[in-house]
Design a protein around this ligand. Structure first.
Ligand code: UDX
Length: 448
């Protein structure tokens, strides 16, 4: 099939590349000429494991092209994907100006039937707005389809090539058939393509992300309670996760959820509910708890040093909101850094992929280390914020030697408590007993 993808952000680029991989002809279009030139020259503007292989293969075999010209991109395309940003507006609702602007432009340009697919995460009712925007510009027939993406950063290629499910929202038989054919190669293993109306499809995306954010937030609160009652959240997690109705995944407590999707989508669903005079109480609590959780590591540090943080030096491992990405949007590390700097401390950070992006945002507010160990020199404590594999099994003798104090605050529960005890560290993690030199016996209320 011939496909155009409008917007070459994270979703657009993964979608375009993975659609080319099954033999489709794909043109990706973007208004950013510099970025388009870069991609035409075979350079990937984002870091995503496994994407580079597919990107180069499909460019090399002539199935993946890039342009700044929307007219050229959509001329021969049967399907046009809209993968444009929907940033949160001032009031938390998704800003649709990019999506609706593109819909109008496409309306002006089309000469024959097209399926226009919203891939961006958009509020319920957007398909109708896209349809109206195009209708105002053309008499040519078209269908608008909602097809939300469920990609996780870091494993996006795998998620696209072998999705758990594909959701397609359309009431048009013609569009349904085209979309069904397009996705057939991706669901050969038997995973479902679920057809529904546009509004249900749009809501499915928000409901999925908000449910997952709620699941994590629930575990963060269980972890906080574990610390107060002397329980171990790792045990509780295993205990409840083996119930298939709960499931093992997304039960890991930590420093709060971040990234480009969960914070934005939970906010937007609350806003949509508000607009329909419905108070989505549980999600309001999720937002509130997550705000507190993002600062939990800082609160632990503050408590340990009796509020005396001025002049102290902290090493920070992990800036990206999660491993295997350079994305630092809404990353808990940024909140922790802010609090430490405001309290008069200095921070030296290391992250395998996220440092350039943080440097662009906060510049020299913190120092950046060339490797995990050089961040530790003379630091009063080590804070672990992202669970990169590189941090999972460090040389603890080296860590102990380089740090001024043998003190670790771990926001991702990477280490075994006994191991920390044996190595002689003070070790404070999430929802588990605090390891002190005297033994793993100190229970301290977190965030209190
Ligand atoms: C998410 C959804 O998973 C994906 O389906 C959707 O398309 C986009 O949003 P992503 O933001 O890439 O994907 O990351 P994900 O792996 O889901 O993690 C989101 C956040 O939750 C991260 O900050 C992560 O650290 C946190 N998290 C996740 C936990 O704190 N505990 C967990 O058990 C799982």
């Amino acid at each position: 099939m011939k496909i155009a993808v409008v917007g070459t952000g994270y979703v657009g680029l993964v979608t375009g590349t993975c659609l080319a991989e099954t033999g489709n002809q794909v043109i990706c279009v973007d208004i950013n000429a510099e970025k388009v030139k870069m991609m035409q020259d075979g350079k990937l503007p984002i870091y995503e494991p496994g994407l580079d292989i597919l990107f180069h293969r499909n460019i090399g075999q002539g199935r993946l092209h890039f342009t700044t010209n929307l007219g050229e991109a959509i001329e021969e395309a049967q399907i046009i994907f809209l993968a444009l940003p929907t940033p949160p507006g001032g009031d938390g609702s998704a800003d649709l100006s990019y999506v609706l602007g593109a819909a109008k432009d496409i309306g002006k340009l089309i000469k024959d039937y097209k399926v226009v697919v919203t891939k961006s995460t958009v509020p319920v009712g957007t398909a109708d707005k896209v349809r109206a925007a195009m209708d105002s510009q053309t008499k040519v027939p078209f269908d608008v389809v909602s097809n939300p993406e469920f990609l996780r950063e870091g494993v996006a290629v795998e998620d696209f090539m072998k999705p758990d499910r594909v959701v397609i929202g359309t009431t048009s038989e013609r569009a349904r058939k085209i979309m069904g054919e397009l996705y057939a190669p991706y669901v050969r293993q038997g995973n479902p393509v679920i057809f529904m109306d546009e509004r249900s499809s749009e809501l499915t995306k928000y409901a999925a992300n908000s449910f997952l954010a709620t699941k994590i937030t629930f575990m963060n609160e269980v972890a906080n309670l574990c610390e107060l009652v002397g329980a171990d959240v790792d045990m509780v997690r295993k205990g409840i996760g083996s119930d298939e109705r709960i499931g093992r995944r997304f039960l890991f407590p930590g420093v709060g959820y971040g990234g480009s999707c969960f914070p934005k989508d939970v906010q937007a669903l609350v806003k949509s509910a508000d607009e329909n005079q419905y108070n989505f109480k549980i999600l309001n609590s999720v937002i509130e708890v997550n705000e507190t959780q993002k600062k939990i590591l800082f609160e632990k540090v503050k408590k340990y040093f009796d509020g005396e943080l001025a002049g102290k030096k902290f090493a920070l491992w992990g800036l990206a909101f999660k491993p295997e990405t350079d994305d630092v949007r809404e990353a808990p590390a940024l909140y922790i850094i802010d609090e430490l700097i405001n309290a008069g401390a200095t921070v030296t950070a290391f992250d395998p992929e996220g440092m350039d992006n943080v440097r662009k945002m906060i510049g020299t507010k913190i120092s950046y280390a060339a490797d995990p160990y050089s961040a530790l020199h003379n630091a009063d404590a080590l804070l672990i914020v992202t669970e990169w594999s590189l941090f999972r099994n460090p040389d603890f003798d080296q860590v102990a030697k380089l740090l001024k104090n043998k003190v670790i605050f771990d926001g991702r529960n990477l280490y075994d408590l006994q191991k920390m005890l044996d190595c002689g560290f003070y070790y404070n993690s999430i929802g588990r007993k605090i390891v002190t030199k005297e033994g793993a016996d100190e229970n301290v209320a977190s965030g209190s």
